[in-house]
Design a protein around this ligand. Structure first.
Ligand code: PAF
Length: 287
């Protein structure tokens, strides 16, 4: 496995793989890899003949009061995990490599980035879309792997790739959960043991919502009220709970199309997100 730091090195490695007729898979990450990333890498490994994992804590997607400085940086353990999963190449650039001068060019996916996490994280999705566009131009993968856990991010990137004709396929893989249902996240390591127990209420609230839908409830305000009650009863602070169209991310008043139930909460000072997809035809849930 190669550990590459410069754009030229990764371009050369990918070009050599292409000359051998290989299919290129990219798993974009910010490092602090966990089993959720592991599942994306495994899927890429199964689908592609050359797998690149990018590890870059992207400064442009963090707000001024967010956790950019304290975001975990664990390159040595990340490298070992990638090696054990058969990754061909890690691309771990420094910020100066990705942003050698002040960026004047941004990718802005309108509408879909205003609500949900976008409401409390202005500029976040602009930073995500821009760095992903840069990574896609640098690596030029055939397939790129994202997790459903970051549902809004996945929907925004799918739209960017369609709108801007990026010649690649985006594959969105199911959320990987701890045994009690908590969605895997690099930020879970910020939780104290008491907060870790509380945090499971996000998953429990989504499961309760699934039960209500199974019982025939389609009013989104009723479903949101129930989710809110489960989470606040556990002593966790709700930032938002929304039920939106799964493609457009626009709010829905009743479940009349495939829907995304998305929520963000604060457990102590740690911001956690989770979500569930509801498909209508045939009826199915992805949680
Ligand atoms: O999901 C992440 O880790 C990041 O938002 C991404 C996609 C790597 C862009 O920095």
């Amino acid at each position: 496995m190669q550990l590459l730091k410069t754009i030229k090195e990764v371009r050369d490695a990918v070009a050599a793989a292409r000359r051998q007729g290989k299919i290129i898979g990219l798993v974009p990450t910010m490092g602090a890899l966990h089993a959720g990333h592991g599942s994306l890498i495994q899927k890429a490994r199964a689908d592609c003949s050359f797998v690149v994992v990018s590890i870059f804590v992207n400064p442009t997607q963090f707000g001024p009061t967010e956790d950019f400085n304290k975001y975990p940086r664990t390159l040595d353990t990340d490298t070992r995990l990638c090696e054990s999963l058969g990754v061909d190449c890690i691309f771990a650039p420094l910020a100066e490599e990705m942003y050698p001068q002040r960026n004047l060019t941004w990718v802005d996916v309108e509408q879909m980035t205003k609500g949900l996490c976008g409401a409390s994280r202005p500029g976040h999705f602009q930073g995500v879309a821009t760095v992903c566009a840069k990574l896609f131009h640098i690596v030029q993968p055939d397939r790129v792997y994202f997790g459903q856990k970051d549902a809004q991010q996945a929907a925004v990137i799918c739209r960017m790739v369609t709108d801007l004709n990026f010649p690649m396929e985006i594959i969105v893989c199911p959320t990987v959960r701890e045994r009690d249902g908590l969605a895997m996240s690099s930020r879970n390591r910020y939780l104290s043991s008491e907060q870790r127990k509380q945090a499971v209420c996000l998953y429990q609230a989504l499961c309760g919502c699934r039960k209500m839908v199974e019982q025939g409830i389609i009013s989104t305000s009723q479903l949101i009220a129930q989710i809110n009650q489960v989470i606040t009863t556990a002593g966790v602070q709700v930032e938002y709970i929304s039920i939106v169209d799964a493609q457009t991310l626009q709010p829905m008043t009743s479940l009349t199309a495939d829907a995304l139930v998305a929520l963000a909460c604060r457990v102590g000072t740690t911001r956690l997100i989770d979500n569930m997809l509801i498909f209508l035809n045939p009826p199915r849930f992805q949680i």
